[in-house]
Design a binder for this molecule. Structure first.
Ligand code: ASP
Length: 294
């Protein structure tokens, strides 16, 4: 059995299609997820992640990514990386070629250059125009929007299951116009992603501060371990967040999960949530409920 899932309608479409194509060409699961996220990072027309995504408050792109292998619990991540894509490949290099879990900022970039990544300008004209428009609005300091032009989001998180092995991965440009240096949940193991072949896997997207405080992916995976179904596991995490973290309903927070049988669940604090699900070669977009006040 093979199941691959990817978050959000527009960017998840590109990532899930590329991951499936990689599997058809014989790529292993980690490589398929890496290629899926890399395809979206390298597509300048997607404002979600990588090249052409929405910059920080200084008008610069700072990218984060992570990967976790459920068989070995190996994990790798990078955060606050400038001028390098695909950062999901860099996160995988951290996992496979260093004894560490995470490299940050300028030193992550230095590692990328050592590894042969080419530095490049990631800002497109479209991204610069969005930034200028935001910068000229006086209320900008307080405003951290999650949806730009109703095209969520700033992250793609993926989970895959193949022959009993689980992999989770995420790539993001973080919240639009974030404070420089700000890191969200996506590159944090246990917050943005988690995978354990003995239990299942989970991923998150949305307001990274709140998802991180909830250790959302780890909590959801532990809910699976306690015997909940993937849907129950996600709903427990989201209900807990709504009850204990009122800010989690200002900007949507989403968790999704998969058990070892390939069953899927997802829930959100605000707005229904679209998830691409590819099951044994068939791809469909499913919508999961919001549990927050409408
Ligand atoms: N979780 C990401 C972050 O806070 C943003 C997103 O999922 O859209 O950086």
């Amino acid at each position: 059995m093979e199941v691959i899932v990817a978050t959000w309608r527009e960017p998840g479409d590109v990532a899930s299609a590329a991951a499936m194509a990689a599997r058809r060409e014989g790529a292993d699961l980690a490589t398929a997820l890496e290629r899926g996220l890399a395809a979206a990072e390298l597509d300048p027309s997607l404002i979600a992640i990588g090249l052409g995504s929405v910059p920080n408050a200084d008008g610069e792109l700072e990218l984060d990514a992570s990967m976790m292998i459920g068989k070995t619990l190996e994990a790798g991540a990078v955060c606050g990386v400038r001028g390098i894509v695909p950062v999901i490949s860099l996160a995988r290099r951290v996992m496979e070629r260093t004894p560490h879990v995470m490299l940050a900022g300028e030193q992550a970039r230095r590692f990328a250059l050592e590894q042969g990544f080419e530095p490049r300008n990631l800002l497109t004209e479209n991204a610069i125009a969005r930034y200028e428009e935001w910068r000229l609005r006086p209320e900008r300091i307080k405003e951290y929007v999650h949806h730009v032009d109703d095209k969520p989001s700033d992250t793609i998180t993926m989970i895959g299951l193949c022959d009993g092995e689980l992999v989770a991965a995420s790539s993001t440009s973080g919240l639009p116009f974030k404070k420089p240096g700000r890191i969200g949940d996506s590159p944090i193991i246990g917050a943005g992603i988690y995978a354990d072949d003995e239990i299942g896997a989970a991923g998150a997207t949305g307001n990274g501060e709140e998802l991180w405080k909830a250790c959302a992916s780890f909590r959801t995976t532990m809910n699976l371990r306690a015997g909940m179904s993937p849907q129950e596991a996600c709903e427990e995490t989201i209900r807990h967040m709504i009850r204990r973290q009122p800010k989690s309903i200002d900007i949507p927070c989403v968790v999704f999960a998969m058990d070892r049988q390939g069953k899927i669940g997802a829930a959100s604090t605000k707005h229904p949530f679209p998830l691409w699900v590819c099951r044994d070669g068939n791809r469909e977009l499913l919508e999961f409920p919001s549990l927050g006040p409408e």
